[in-house]
Design a protein around this ligand. Structure first.
Ligand code: PRP
Length: 180
């Protein structure tokens, strides 16, 4: 039995992800021309998206990471956001673009926006691959959005269930027995 045997439904195939990321990269490159943006990847989930997005950005830019946790082992957000790793650099006066794999309840991004805004960046925007609108508990403005998805627990392309499935190259839903 391989990983792919656990897949019930592919929501976003690999062939759809890459062209969308090219479009996002192109929009970011044009909007941030001459601004030397700092892309802040939110670990762990965003590392796959960020690494592809970064290579579609054609202007000078830098990368830093933060790690947060809200889910624990299950499929429901605990509602409590913890910073596990902070930025390595100061962002005062920088054009900061937060990059995450998914906005679900919005609790994580709301917390990050508040936290980073207090450090006086020149600008602060959000880029998210997936937007799960029906689950939103905090209003979050997504400046660069890959795809809107329904209220289903998704894995793959960086997103995990119990730490697994991040290496699946598409966004999918697992068979119900896997979640039990
Ligand atoms: C996921 C995802 C977002 C957050 C979104 O991270 O990467 O950061 O949850 O959920 P929210 O909108 O309900 O706050 P998670 O805490 O699962 O950590 P991970 O990236 O290490 O899997």
């Amino acid at each position: 039995m391989g990983l792919l045997d656990d897949v019930d439904e592919i929501l976003i195939p690999e062939a759809a992800i890459q062209p969308r990321i090219r479009e996002l990269g192109s929009a970011i490159s044009s909007d941030y021309e001459g601004k030397d943006p700092l892309l802040v990847g939110i670990l762990t989930g965003a590392f796959v998206f960020l690494s592809d997005l970064l290579r579609q950005i054609t202007i000078p830019c830098q990368v830093d990471f933060m790690a947060t946790s809200s889910y624990g082992e299950g499929t429901e957000s605990s509602g409590i956001v913890r910073i596990l790793k902070d930025l390595d650099q100061t962002i005062e006066g920088r054009h900061v673009l937060i990059v995450d794999d998914i906005i679900d309840t919005g609790l994580t991004m709301d917390y990050l926006l508040e936290t980073l805004k207090a450090r006086y960046p020149a600008s602060l925007r959000v880029c998210a691959l997936l937007d799960k609108v029906p689950r939103r508990r905090r209003e979050v403005r997504i400046d660069y959005r890959g795809f809107e998805i329904p209220d289903k627990f998704v894995v793959g392309y960086g997103l995990d269930f119990g730490g697994q499935y991040r290496n699946v190259p598409f966004v999918c839903v697992l068979k119900p027995e896997v979640y039990r």
